[in-house]
Design a protein. Structure first.
Length: 579
């Protein structure tokens, strides 16, 4: 039995007794198991001797004295029934993992833009200054150790620095640093300069969406991250290749852009300016783009919706769009069918009309739209929960018991009822586009709804000890992007056999945390990795057809409406099909 599987009776210093069981369990990794208890996160060390050997009890006491709204400092130690220190606890913070914010998909859906990015980056800078002001070195402040909090609006983002127990302070040195943020030119222990280098790498990705030492460059293989860090061979190097999914560097405030260039390309080390510093800037740089055009125009582009005046921000397989104004628009009828809908709403089509659900004030707002009269009917939610998952044209609610499907019956008056429920550990499951990834005491499972009424829980040992960042599933196929302990992003693609009992697996490296694929019901997938190339592949057979067309861009976010491959470009919705 592991620590995570046993029910633990513990005492939280300054709070009182608590019981931790599998319903509280979040994950096991590195040196400890993590639990959620009320408004707290509790970390229990796997090695009970660690608290004594490393002097962690005293260190937690020192770190708990750090008080800053953006720093999730320890609240106190955790002891077992005998009074033996076995861990610590801190305030719970539920927000967006930073890698998710690097993606264009997040920006398109949330409205998060470069102005919001500057607010977040400036507050990250304030966080590092606060750590240094308290005599601490963050050391391993990689993107996994930052969380973004948004409250009720994406326009006021705040960072949260986590994993504070790993910071260097006083007589306690830092012992771990992720290679992807490490300053390989620095000798000796991490210090303020290495913290600012790490801050630069993470904050640059908030703006540009790519690590500053990735992209293609002659003389370097795709996995040569450490060598490029050592050689100062950054994205500012002459001849670097970046596709259109990478956001243009000209949007970065001038003085901060100067600092990025000096730091990443020329080895300068100093405190960065605020993105709101309006002093003199010298950088004048044109971002390199790589377009692999060839074979002539092979694709037909048909505009399905003109986004002038009210741009589209989401598409749904059932044939409706969500517009920036909060309007739901039915493409087939050319009619607006609902208003006041948030960007986190999900829409599915049913024979009698549409079902719209969205989180609202900690619960769910559910609306049925009659397909004949277009009248709205508010429906009571049959289950408690405020997290929605849409898998193709099926709608689910994450509850304490797992994943519960919502169903609507219309006999005179519409009624929303609870369908089947599939068990899942709520705190230990991360939910993505149409699927979940569960850490079951160190073993990883994919939770994948499929068909009309089924849901699979598939053991995938290949993902053990990896951190899932993005995932998407549909029609016997799933793709997952993870980060390993070196900070390297890896993409896994699963093709499932009937019943999801077995799968075929492909693995590749990837520069970005973005999934750009349309998974069609007929068993074909369309994806864009490089400018100028559209890949059409059949997961069940592995057959690949690469279409070369100079108009194809990697920043076209592919999805599907019915059997159509669609994407949104500047608020307009386009269909893409072969000639």
């Amino acid at each position: 039995m592991t620590t995570a599987q046993k029910a633990l009776a513990v005492i939280l210093e300054g709070y009182g007794p608590a019981r931790l069981d599998q319903t509280n369990y979040v994950a096991t990794g590195g040196e400890g198991s993590v639990f959620r208890h009320g408004g707290f996160i509790v970390k229990i060390y796997l090695d009970r001797r660690k608290m004594r050997q490393d002097g962690m009890t005293e260190k937690i006491g020192v770190l708990s004295a750090i008080r800053h709204p953006y720093i999730v400092s320890p609240r106190g130690i955790v002891t077992d029934g005998r009074g033996e220190p076995i861990g610590f606890y801190m305030n719970r913070c539920d927000g967006e993992p930073f890698p998710r914010m690097f993606t264009n998909a997040f920006r398109a859906r949330s409205g998060f833009d470069d102005r919001h990015a500057s607010i977040l980056v400036d507050r990250m800078r304030e966080t590092v200054l606060a750590a240094h002001g308290n005599g601490a070195i963050m050391a391993d402040a990689n993107e996994m150790n930052w969380i973004a909090m948004f409250g009720n609006t994406y326009g006021k983002p705040e960072p949260r620095a986590i994993d504070v127990d790993s910071w260097a302070i006083g007589r306690w040195p830092a012992k771990v640093i992720m290679p992807s943020i490490r300053d390989w030119h620095h000798t000796g222990r991490p210090d303020r300069e290495t913290d600012w280098f790490a801050w630069g790498i993470v904050s640059f990705q908030v703006y540009a969406g790519i690590h500053p030492y990735k992209g293609s460059l002659n003389g370097y293989a795709p996995g040569d991250l450490e060598r490029r860090l050592r050689d100062n061979a950054s994205v500012f190097s002459p001849g670097v290749g970046l596709n259109t999914a990478v956001r243009d560097f000209s949007t970065i405030p001038g003085r901060l852009l100067d600092w990025y260039i000096a730091t990443f390309q020329h080895g300068q080390r100093n405190t960065p300016p605020s993105p709101f510093d309006t002093g003199f800037a010298t950088a004048r740089i044109a971002q390199t783009k790589r377009v692999l055009a060839g074979g002539g125009a092979m694709v037909i582009y048909e505009r399905l919706y003109d986004g002038n005046g009210d741009p589209a921000i989401r598409t749904y397989p059932c044939g409706v769009l969500l517009l920036r104004s909060g309007t739901v628009f039915d493409l087939a009828r050319g009619k607006r069918i609902a208003h006041g809908i948030g960007s986190d709403a999900e829409v599915v089509g049913i024979p009698e009309g549409w079902l719209i659900a969205q989180p609202e004030h900690g619960s769910l707002k559910i609306t049925f739209i009659d397909g004949k009269t277009f009248t709205e009917h508010g429906l009571a939610s049959p289950v408690r929960g405020n997290r929605l998952i849409r898998a193709e044209n099926r709608l689910f609610v994450v509850t304490d018991g797992g994943l519960t499907e919502l169903r609507v019956s219309v006999f005179g008056r519409p009624l929303c009822s609870a369908g089947d429920t599939w068990g899942a550990l709520r705190n230990a499951t991360r939910w993505f586009d149409g699927m979940g990834i569960q850490d079951l005491f160190g073993s990883t499972y994919l939770i994948v709804p499929f068909g009309d009424r089924s849901c699979a829980q598939v053991r995938v040992k290949e993902l053990d000890a990896l951190v899932p960042i993005a995932a998407k599933s549909g029609n016997a196929f799933a793709t997952v992007i993870v980060s390993d302990r070196n900070g390297t992003y890896r993409k896994f693609e699963f093709s499932f056999e009937e019943g999801y009992a077995k799968y075929r697996l492909w693995e590749n490296g990837t520069d970005r945390a973005e999934i750009n694929v349309a998974i069609l019901p007929r068993g074909v997938c369309a994806t864009i990795v490089n400018d100028g190339e559209l890949d059409l592949f059949v997961p069940t057979t592995g057959k690949l057809n690469r279409v070369m067309d100079g108009a194809i861009r990697a920043d076209m976010p592919l999805d599907r409406i019915g059997e159509k491959v669609v994407y949104i470009d500047k608020g307009s919705v386009w269909q893409m099909r072969l000639k």
